[in-house]
Design a protein around this ligand. Sequence first.
Ligand code: ADP
Ligand code: MG
Length: 266
Amino acid sequence: MSDPSRPNGPKIIAVANQKGGVGKTTTAINLAAALVKEGLRVLVVDLDPQGNASTGLGIDPEARGYTTYDLILGDIDLHEVIQTTEFEGLWISPATVDLSSADIEMVANEKRSFLLHDSLRQHAIDDFKFDFILIDCPPSLSLLTVNAMVAAESVLVPLQSEFFALEGLSQLMLTVREVRQTANSNLRIEGIVLTMYDQRNNLSRQVEQDARENLGDLVFNTVIPRNVRISEAPSFALPVLDYDPHSKGALAYQALAKEVIAKKGR
Ligand code: ADP
Ligand code: MG
């Protein structure tokens, strides 16, 4: 279900994992693009000072203007921060390195955990008629990630199909539980998606088996294969669906989008 106080509001999903390089940004961009291909209106909130989601969707650093930093900490109108992309139906709140000081600046604020939540619930958000908002989190369990979890209805966790992947998950789940207890009792796990999966690799298969045994339904049926087209696409500033629509990577993100759509409103 969407935010009960806003039945027609967008479903907000935080894409989070405190480990870097596990496929958060890749999943945020490509899931967003796949949802758009299904005719939906999607906003990507780049919440990582590295700004990889912004770059991957073709927003040059000079063209970033107002950014997610201003959305959270400035008194800037939503319309000035949210930019259109080359892809119809897909918007972005871009990020620059400015965002790296946000954590420290937020600490002093009484509403520090609710800043993104409040920004995304301004009335102006209704003008965009978004179906989904995907928040691309930084690789940490910092206050920025907590803000994403407080703003969101659910957390989508990309899990790299490698050794120790499940270990890191328990810490993430602890943060989810803390956020539930303190700030957002409705927060759910959208799902865990195995990324960079290599069918021929025993380790990948073992991680998948462990994940499905331990986490059951929380694991998406779709697994995202390790696919060179996925890793090439950002250097062309394209989601893989536009870069190579028939690639295994593109098909996997389309399947993931269908699962995410099926869960919406349930
Ligand atoms: P994170 O945002 O978690 O730090 P990224 O999405 O930036 O991780 O991914 C890390 C690197 O792995 C990037 O270079 C990306 O292109 C690559 N990558 C991500 N998913 C895949 C995949 N399924 N197949 C091949 N390369 C991938
Ligand atoms: Mg990233």
